[in-house]
Each structure stands twice: as C-alpha cells, then as structure tokens.
Design a protein around this ligand. Sequence first.
Ligand code: 7RM
Length: 654
Amino acid sequence: MSNDNIQAVLGESRIFPPAAEFVAKSRVDAKKMAELRAAAEKDHVGFWASLARQELSWNKPFTVTLDDSKAPNYAWFTDGRINVSYNCIDRHLEKRGDKLAIRFESEPGVVTTLTFKQLHGEVCRLANVLKSLGIRKGDRVVIYLPMSPSAVIAMQACARIGAIHSVVFGGFSAQSVRDRVEDAGARLVITADGAHRAGHVVELKKAVDEALNEGCKTIEKVLVYKHAGNQIAWKDGRDLWWQDLTAKAAAECEPEWVEAEHPLFLLYTSGSTGKPKGVQHSSAGYLLGAHQTTQWLFDVREDDVFWCTADVGWITGHSYVCYGPLSNGTTIVMYEGGPMTPDAGRFWKICQDHGVTIFYTAPTAIRALMKMGEKFPLSYDLSKLRLLGSVGEPINPEAWIWYHHVIGKDKLPIVDTWWQTETGSVMISPLPGATPLKPGSCTQPIPGIFADIVDESGELIPGLDQGGYLVITKPWPSMLRTIWGDNERYIKAYWGQFGNKYYVAGDSAHRDKDGYYWILGRTDDVLKVAGHRLGTMEVESALVAHPRVAEAAVVGRPHEIKGEAIVAFVILKGQRPTGAEAEELIKELKNFVAKSMGPIAKPDDIRLADNLPKTRSGKIMRRLLRSIAKGEEITQDVSTLENPAIVAQLAGKE
Ligand code: 7RM
C-alpha cells in the first residue's frame, strides 16, 4: 500500500452501525458478541473446547483441548477422532439430504446442481476409486482441477479416506505442479482435460503431462476428469478417466476416522524465499475455525445461498467454498470462469440467477467491476443479497463505499475479513450484526482470537492510535501446524522473529483510537497481485532461469485495480540491448515468467539495467527500487550505495 493510501485510510472517519433490520435476525448481536468475548478472555482454551463439542461431530470425543508441550507446535483436541467429510456431508443427510449443496455454473453458462445426498454419493464413489488405486490415509494427492464441483468432490473424497490433499491453483504452471508434487511426495494427481477461462480453454492435463515428464517419480496414476472436452495426450497404464472409474464404484464409503491432528491438507504459499512453503493444516482444529467463522461472520441461515468467488486453489476457496459453508449445511455457488466473460455483468447475473444472499469477493474484483460503471450491477436484480464480504488485501475506502452503495444499496453490512493461508480461517473481522463498520478497516479480532501489535524489538505496544507489527498472541485451533517437511522453517518464519513468543503475521497494522485494526501491508517480500500471494524471490528465480539474465530484483508498485503490480529490474549477461531489440527481449522475459510460474506472475514492467543499487555489503536496496518503480523523485540518501550513478539509469534518466 502506498503512503497516499495509508493517509487516505487513516483519514477515514465514517462509521456505519449495523442496520436494525439485520441485527434483529442476526445470529450474533452486540450483546452476544460481548458475551463471547468475555468468555474467551476468561478461558480461551475452554471457550474453543465448548465450541468444538457443540459444533463438530466427533467419532471419539476429545479430553485434551490444547497440548502446548511442544510449542510453538501447538496441537488441539489431540485425543479426539473425527472425519471432516462426515462433518461437511453425512451429518446433514437426515435433515438436508435433498437440499442443494452446490449450484455450479460453468463459464459457457451450463448450470449443474448437487444435493447433499448427491454430493455424498459422488464423494463416496471417488473415495472408493482412490482406495482402489491404493491411496491410503496419509498419502498425498495433488488436485489440479477447474473451479467446479469436481474440485470439491476431490477434496472431500481425500478427507473421507484420510488422504492429504494439495490443491494447485489452475492458473499456476506445469513447473508449479512439478514443484508441489515433488515437495509433497504425492502419489496421485487428479486433474481435468481443461478448464474454461475468459473464453479460452486452459489445458490442465497438458500441464500435468509436462510436469510429469521430468521428475515426479512418486506419481503412479493420473486421474482425469472430462470437463472441457479438449483433445489431450494419453499415457496408457498411468492415465485413467475419473468418470469411467466412478461409474463402476460403490456410492457408499465409510469415513476413515482420523486423529484430530491428522493433516487435512497442504497448501503451498509464497514467503520470503524462492521456494513456496507447504502450509500444513489439521483436521479438527482447521474445520472448527472454518465452520465457526462461516457461522459468525457470514451469519449463515438455512435458506442462504453463499457465494465466495475465490478459486479452490487458494485458502479462501478451501475455507469458504469447500469446508466452512458445507460444514454448516449451507448451499454454495461455484462459478468456473472470469468476472468479465462475456462482460462485466457476469458476477451480478450469477447473483441474480442463483439467488445469492451472501457474496464474498476480493477488493481487486470490486475495483475492476467498479471501473466498468454502475450500469452492469443496475441491470440485474440483486435484491436477495443480504451480506457482503471482502478478503485478500486492504480495501480502499473508495471501493468500499462503491460496494456498499451500488451493490449493498446503502444497507448491507460488509465484512472485511483479515486472515492468511497460515491462519486457516478469518481472524480479524466485523461480526455483521454487532460491529459498527469503518470503510477500510477489518475492525477487531473475532471472539477467541487475540491479536496485538509489537515494535521492532518485539515489545507489545500498549494503547490506542499506534502502529506496529501484527502478531497473534495466543494459539488458535485453525492455525497452521508446520511447514511440510521443514519444521525449522515453520518456527523461524512465524515465531523466530520475536523469540518464539508470538505468531508473527508478516503484516504491519495500525490500531486506531477505537481499537480498530487497519492493515497497512506486508513487512516481508510478499506481493499481493490481484489478491494472489506471490513472493518477489519466486519471480526473481523465474527470471534468472532465463539464459540471458544474470540478476533480477522484483518489487511491487501500487496498482489501481490489482492492488500491486510487478516491476522487475533485470541485469543481463553480456551487452545490454536498446531500442527495438530491448523491447523484444522484455516481451520475451515477461512471457518466460508467465510460462514458468503461471500468467498471474507476469511482470507488468521490466527495466533492463547495467547494475542494481547495492549497499557496500552487497544488499540490494529494495526500498530505493520501490521508489524508482513508482516513478518517485529520489530523496533517499544514496550515499551508502556502492554505485550511486545507477539510480539515474534505473529511473530511465540516462
Ligand atoms: C486470505 C488470504 C494473506 C495476506 C495477509 C495480508 C493480506 C488478506 C486482508 C489482507 C488487508 C484484509 N490469504 N490480506 N486479507 N489485508 N485486509 N481483509 O488472502 O495467504 O493469500 O494472504 O493477505 O497481507 O497477510 S493469503
């Protein structure tokens, strides 16, 4: 976030109390929220224990709530046994068997629905297929599927048999699939022929073939869902059609009751190094977080239709498409394609056609749709909507006000939810029937979550109207358990900074005079491009893999719609070209990154230079690069630079 934005949000003083009409029917009003907060303050562990007993269905109840003997490797509900898919599906069958679990619309506009009963059948069939392929409890399965019911079925089927899924976002490349398969030691890939995206077919199976061509020795089979109907290559003995096998499989499959701490999934996410981290989540604690936050923050009721637009390849799609709503017996909407296909009215048309009541999306989408004007949302009937949500990056007050006014007709609450892949579920957010809203602030930690801010030395900063590093001071059930295969990295990345005392989120935040939190952005080398988390180091590694690149430095630059855009400074091997030759190479490098990481990582701007600005100790001055990328006048002290003359060249003034 730029300084201007920080000034703008901190200057924001409008307050929107919850509408009386909403409060009257909400699950949690101000009084109830105060009671929940007080209960959690008094006995934080007991608070979560009673929710876990009340809200989840256990095969064997737990007696130990929190085991902190190996802190910061915390464990929750350790002696309990549970099955996540049972909680999301089976326990609803009696009361809600014929209720819709999923309403799906493909990008070309084909609508498919599944009741809880049908979902149960599909999940059981696939679970039986997985078992017949030799997949057992604890095996890793990579899922690379379109945003469609097949993805939810695959995730739930893994959960049903205790296999650990690792979903790879369909917008990531073959290389990303390969890296994740290898790091996780996966035995099976579940993919589709292709996915529809913005009028094109994304060839998922082709990327898997490419990934498996080199390495990936642990993969035995590839299960292929026929979806887009595109031509694909076939490897006999390895490749199998999902539909062929499930047609012959039994529609009943006993859930595998696993220990509460059994890993439910790995989800790779970017950090400060070039290698994404396999964030490992548990079964019971994770589910409790996703379940409880869905209930409190989205106020779900029996007749709600919940649409979270996030792809299942991201944590938001795990917690608020696949697990949280289904665990509450809520009908979800899934949409396969792009928000601008065929035009900027698509999201609003889906809201109208499917009777969406709760809509949860990212600021980048709101800003992009806002730019297209009011005529799109005004052409559709959005009268069923009763609650809006935002996630992924700070929402600027202007976009917030537009969302509230044009989509929410000045009356719907907006829950601005702060959380991370690592936190598993939302941590800081309004409760819609209780919290007065301030545009741009995610407001306050939810009951049971203890957030704070610390200074450079890790000291808590008491009082109000203060800024610092955002930390979580007490363990919570849906927290990540470790980094797959690298517990040391887990401890170092999240706890080490301040002596293992707090979970360090990697964000900076301001706590205002009312105790409301305003997230100001990352403190590490993580970018949020259109809500997608990417590491600057990852993009740098992708660039230096090109034969002509000697060195690269990547920074973020504020972008009106995407939040941040990627700017890369590149030093070549040999002669630096100019003019048309330089243009050509820049284009090639952009495409090279898109090919190796996926289209979301394609740099917006690449600058070729003879050198990078470095301190005498050899450290790249990123702060300076960020200023240059923004086109700011350089007022920083460059006297500590090894090569001060480079600044003019990087700024294009040479
Ligand atoms: C859910 C998700 C996590 C990072 C996080 C923040 C930023 C997310 C908000 C936000 C301001 C929000 N997981 N972030 N939500 N910043 N307000 N409501 O996005 O792992 O991909 O990213 O995203 O910087 O640390 S994530």
